[in-house]
Ligand binder design. Structure first.
Ligand SMILES: NC(=O)c1ccc[n+]([C@@H]2O[C@H](COP(=O)([O-])OP(=O)(O)OC[C@H]3O[C@@H](n4cnc5c(N)ncnc54)[C@H](OP(=O)(O)O)[C@@H]3O)[C@@H](O)[C@H]2O)c1
Length: 316
């Protein structure tokens, strides 16, 4: 299969085209013919070797952890999927990734693609959308009429978190730079704070749930806007338990464990029109180095979609 691989850690220039054998299939695996994938910040953090202690790469390495496409093969014990099914997935991080024509994924990590979305749109959802789901629904237990603060509302995770909190009936306040205010309002935020000119901790209060996608001082100041008994969920930095206790709030950090059933539930919100795909930038797989450079700059509008098969990526 054709893939964009790396043979060493480094800058985006380490990507090059190669022919590889697809991963070996087990009885519970499906092989997906990928029509589209997407870029997440974890991709370039792995490429740089920054995550090697947690996620060591075996070279040649195929990065990328979002896929949308059709089932090409099924293992002997697969029960949920058949050849030809349109699916999407956030594959396991320890196996070869999705900057390739084919990926092998345990069936438990796969879900049917929402029928109203193109493959390119669907591929933007699994990693970022499941992260938002885990933070707000599973851990944060978001509820109608709660006040939710989403940091980085214009980013990949933030774009889905703003919509998800809205879909659950919450009041949503998001932070974003000035150029992204309209974009985040269109996602459904009730209020957008330009973090360059306004300190959120000076004007936001009584918050039930904060999603921290930034860490550092953003996390430190987030405790002050929470009501007692509120919840801080960070995907950027493990919170300090003593500080959380001092403020009388719950504080959590997690690294996403993907799950096909949760992805199916999330996909249903898109199928019902309660959430919209957030693909702000599109590159071809051959141009993956440029897509990484954009992601590394840290200010994408929504997700960076990658076309793997131009014949099918924009079809439903
Ligand atoms: N733990 C996990 O399982 C997990 C899962 C997914 C992602 N992550 C991590 O979470 C982070 C966000 O991921 P992502 O996919 O959303 O990244 P992304 O698409 O690159 O978005 C980053 C966003 O951060 C915003 N930003 C930068 N500095 C900010 C600040 N001081 N205050 C508020 N917003 C700020 C940018 O907003 P503007 O463009 O408006 O400036 C941009 O929208 C990354 O570090 C990623 O690695 C962790």
């Amino acid at each position: 299969m054709y893939a964009m691989i790396i043979d060493e850690y480094g800058e985006p220039e380490v990507f090059h085209k190669a022919e590889l054998e697809p991963d070996i299939m087990g009885p519970l695996d499906v092989q997906i013919k990928i029509y589209a994938t997407s870029v997440n910040p974890v991709d370039w953090k792995v490429r740089q070797g920054r995550l090697a202690p947690r996620l060591p790469s075996r070279f040649p390495a195929v990065l990328g952890w979002d896929a949308a496409g059709v089932v090409e093969k099924v293992g002997s014990k697969v029960t949920q999927f058949n050849v030809g099914d349109a699916v999407f997935s956030r594959p396991a991080t320890h196996r070869p990734g999705t900057y390739a024509e084919l990926v092998v994924v345990a069936e438990g990590l796969v879900a049917f693609k929402p029928s109203n979305l193109t493959y390119l749109e669907a591929a933007s959802i699994p990693l970022a959308g499941l992260t938002a789901w885990e933070a707000l629904v599973e851990i944060g237990k978001v509820q109608a009429r709660q006040r939710v603060l989403v940091h980085g509302g214009a980013g990949g995770v933030g774009s889905y978190a703003v919509q998800l909190a809205k879909a659950f009936g919450a009041e949503v306040i998001a932070t974003a730079s000035a150029a992204r205010q309209d974009y985040v309002m269109h996602l459904g935020a009730d209020r957008v704070i330009d973090y360059h000119t306004e300190s959120f901790s000076a004007t936001v209060y009584n918050v039930d749930l904060v999603l921290d996608t930034i860490g550092g001082s953003v996390q430190d100041q987030s405790y002050t806007v929470l009501k007692r008994g509120g919840t801080l969920v960070s995907i950027a930095k493990p919170p300090d338990a003593e500080i959380a206790q001092a403020y009388g709030v719950f504080a959590h950090w997690f690294f996403l464990e993907p799950d096909g059933k949760k992805l199916e539930a999330l996909g249903y919100l898109f199928e019902q029109g309660k959430m919209r795909p957030a693909v702000g930038h599109v590159f071809s797989l051959e141009d993956i180095a440029a897509a990484h450079r954009l992601s590394q700059e840290g200010h994408p509008e929504g997700k960076i979609g990658i076309v793997v098969d131009p014949g099918y990526a924009m079809t439903r």
